[in-house]
Design a protein around this ligand. Structure first.
Ligand code: GLY
Length: 566
């Protein structure tokens, strides 16, 4: 009963804030409904520009390019030209695949580049400024998608995006807050003021003319513009002047890579998600297979037993992540072994409902900290039934905070996703090992989990989330909310979340959303409960295909996220 009240309350909050909710026949609380197509992203402008491609006769891949670039304009917090990402797709004919446009370590990068004379990691070096920047992959990503699957000319796709940069977007309250919070840091890192360091209030219009010019050159000259042309030269000169190490050779040799996604069967649903260099698909698959033998539907949503089973599976999966996973072009990953039923069921053998298993008994050392929320996800289904699930990032909020004024965009700080010193945690508490040590030209390990779920061989759900290490558990809980707990898409996205990542050895709960008695029961069983830090877990943007064939968008109430369909 308490859960129902809570969900009703959350749904009400959502309906007042972002998009309309709809009641369909089943009386579930539903998000935006589209008969034919749907785009859900972190900003209304980006969702609308994506949908406009579909209305012009384009497909989900054209919409992907448009949405990705529109987020770079209107959501510079994570949307980007200076970062990277991953896409998982499922074509209407059932063919699936994945694109890796993750950043790479520059050729001049070296294993110990973030250590001081005593051999200690200096987090600031990998987190802000010129040395934190990985070779950007986003522009290569959109051109790879367009070349393989696009149906509209790139000029037509970029036209509304360029107009958005020129005419500006309206600052939201959330954006005002983050811009204020980072204003000082922008000026410090850039050693000067930048466009985004202005005093903006909610309701102001922010125009980015330099970004419009960069996008115009991309539309005219293609991928080469960014990796070999004028844009490449401006970018390399800019970084060199500041002591950065990215060269023209780094840019000209960058390629996005088509990869085979991870496919896991969970209770008859086929869960298709991102393969390494993201840990998302493997880790989520491991957790799902570890919990599969337990009847969590019967235990109940966010009940004591459900939380225990999921937490213990998460603890074990994140321990494996730290040890085994890295860039598959550099390290051998035992994917089949890690996702095999025998291995995973065996991994849960020492689990008991009596008490928590301490992380120190599962594997390596004791680590503090957490990963950031500053990534963004969007989901698209077009009128033909093609689906794309894309997560893209600068890593931290506004990445390295370095803003190339002449080009109009921020640069990532993705180098911090490497383990600066194998055996020690990165700034987010994720323990790194040899597999994720820095090497020139290597991709850093990610947690991004763009995912598509099939039911009976047909498209069922498209989803993903920002949230660093909490991406994987947010996506997984949203899937479970639908397939185990019978929620609609918006309800599943709204529902309160929790997270465990092996180290630190604690379960993080979204604040004030879980019963005190429940948390006390967990404490009495030896779980460290963390509800102190007022933080949201994930920001899921998702689409569900309903039994009548229409699409329900689930846009996360935790941000400005918006679903638009037709
Ligand atoms: N930078 C966040 C991630 O890739 O997981």
């Amino acid at each position: 009963m308490k859960r129902l009240l809570l969900l009703a309350f959350l749904a009400l909050q959502f309906s007042c804030k972002t998009s309309e909710t709809h009641k369909v026949e089943d009386q579930k609380i539903r998000g935006e409904i589209g008969e034919h197509a749907m785009v859900v992203s972190a900003r209304e402008e980006a969702s609308k520009i994506g949908l406009s491609m579909l209305l012009q006769g384009g497909n989900a891949f054209d919409a992907m390019v448009a949405t990705e670039m529109a987020l770079a304009v209107s959501y510079p917090f994570a949307g980007n030209l200076g970062g990277g990402g991953f896409m998982v797709y499922r074509k209407a004919n059932g063919e699936t695949g994945a694109l890796d446009y993750r950043e790479k370590a520059p050729l001049k990068a070296s294993r110990n580049m973030y250590l001081d004379e005593e051999g200690n990691a200096v987090p600031e070096r990998s987190q802000v400024g010129e040395l934190a920047v990985g070779v950007p992959g986003t522009v290569a990503g959109i051109f790879a998608v367009h070349e393989k699957f696009g149906s509209l000319p790139m000029e037509q796709i970029l036209e509304p995006v360029i107009a958005l940069a020129q005419n500006g977007f309206v600052i939201s309250e959330n954006q005002q807050k983050t811009l204020e919070a980072y204003q000082e840091m922008f000026i410090k890192v850039n050693k000067d003021t930048i466009l985004f360091a202005g005093n903006f209030s909610a309701g102001d219009t922010l125009r980015n003319v330099q970004l419009a010019r960069t996008l115009e050159r991309l539309a005219q000259n293609g991928k080469k513009e960014f990796y070999e042309g004028k844009t490449a030269e401006i970018l390399v000169d800019y970084l060199k002047e500041r002591g950065g190490i990215i060269s023209l050779e780094d840019l000209s040799s960058y390629e996005a890579v088509w990869r085979k996604p991870i496919e896991i069967d969970y209770q008859g649903y086929s869960v298709i998600s991102m393969s390494p260099p993201s840990s998302g698909g493997i880790v989520m698959g491991q957790i799902l297979k570890m919990i599969e033998p337990y009847d969590i539907e019967k235990f109940g949503h966010n009940s004591l037993k459900t939380i225990q089973v999921i937490t213990e599976a998460e603890r074990r999966a994140y321990a494996d992540r730290s040890f085994y996973l890295g860039d598959p072009d550099f390290v051998d990953i035992p994917t089949q072994f890690l996702t095999s039923v025998e291995y995973l069921h065996n991994r849960m053998k020492d689990f008991t409902f009596e008490h928590a298993t301490p992380s120190s008994e599962i594997d390596h050392g004791n680590i503090p900290g957490y990963e950031s929320m500053e990534t963004t996800h969007y989901s698209i289904v077009d009128q033909q039934g093609n689906a794309v699930s894309v997560t893209t990032t600068l890593n931290g909020a506004y990445g390295s905070k370095l803003y190339v004024e002449e080009l109009g965009f921020f640069l990532n700080n993705e180098m911090d996703d490497f383990s600066a010193k194998p055996g020690e945690p990165n700034m987010f508490g994720l323990l790194g090992a040899e597999a994720n040590a820095i090497e020139p030209g290597k991709r850093m390990l990610s947690s991004m989990t763009p995912t598509i779920v099939e039911k009976d061989g047909k498209l069922f759900m498209v989803l993903g989330s920002p949230g660093g290490s909490t991406i994987i558990t947010s996506v997984m809980q949203t899937i479970l909310n639908v397939v185990e707990f019978d929620m609609g898409m918006q309800e599943a996205v709204n529902a309160p979340r929790f997270h465990h990542q092996w180290y630190p050895d604690e379960v993080v709960f979204e604040p004030k959303l879980f019963d005190k008695e429940l948390l006390d029961s967990l404490r009495s069983k030896g779980y460290q409960v963390n509800e102190r830090n007022s933080r949201i877990l994930g920001k899921v943007d998702a689409i569900l295909r309903l039994p009548n064939g229409s699409l329900e968008g689930g846009a996360d109430r935790r941000g400005d996220d918006t679903a638009v369909g037709y």
